[in-house]
Design a protein. Sequence first.
Length: 303
Amino acid sequence: MFKKLVAIEPVSLIPMAEKKLQSLAEEVILYEDMPSSVNEIVKRIGDADAVLLSYTTTLGKDAIAQCPNIVYIGMCCSLYTPESANVDIEYANSRNITVTGIRDYGDEGVVEYVISELVNALHGFGINPDGSPRTPWNGLPSEITGLKVGIVGLGKSGGMIADAIHFFGAKVSYYSRTKKPEAEIKGYQYLPLKKLLSENEVIITCLNKNTILLHNEEFNAFGNHKILFNTGLSPAWDDQPFNAWLKEDNRVYCDTLGALGDKALLNHPHVNCVNISVGRTKQAFDRLSDKVIHNIESFLKKA
């Protein structure tokens, strides 16, 4: 059991999980607002030996170094790589602090979002950002059947999106750091990035936070009259070539401002951003809570 566990920001646990925390620490403090500075983070942690946080606060060396009692940091959000994490994992590990994160809790909502927006675009359902009636992407209402779709990053969420659009009849190809034999068994063809961009009408980027693969050469290869989805937590592109690409007959879809990157683009006629995290569903909170509690219990059993 921990002596003191502090959630330094809202961590989206369901009530049952918050109640469970009470049995895992002698004292539990759950903050419901965001810390405004490093000093505020340090003040909130105090003498706690366990810390929880979500993806919206950075817990860096400057804060961790001032909190000598920490032995455990639980990220109540996705942890893919130390480089993309909002916790300085390398420094924490040098202090013998265990850092855990979770994965695969909000992917289902992301898949539904992509399918929903893609269907709306192809059929012309709904209205444009400027309030005008939407017209079908290719002039006449069309199906996903036969649509050429490229996935950039075929991890868990990318694989789920690929499976979903393939179910609706899309022709799927992908680019990833490594080839995926299991994907090619399903008929998904691996292509080098520039070839993937040039040969597909729709591209869906499913990358880790702060991973940028689309530069000037990539947008030149992508060309015009294309649709780009970004399902990551940050832009997958360099600003300048992306902004130039947007001026042409192209469209971009993303769920949050973080994925879009530039608030000034929210009202751009070629940008569709719902500004809501589509992975934050009731079911996702259930999965998140279960995994956070499991990580804590596993750590305490080994301690």
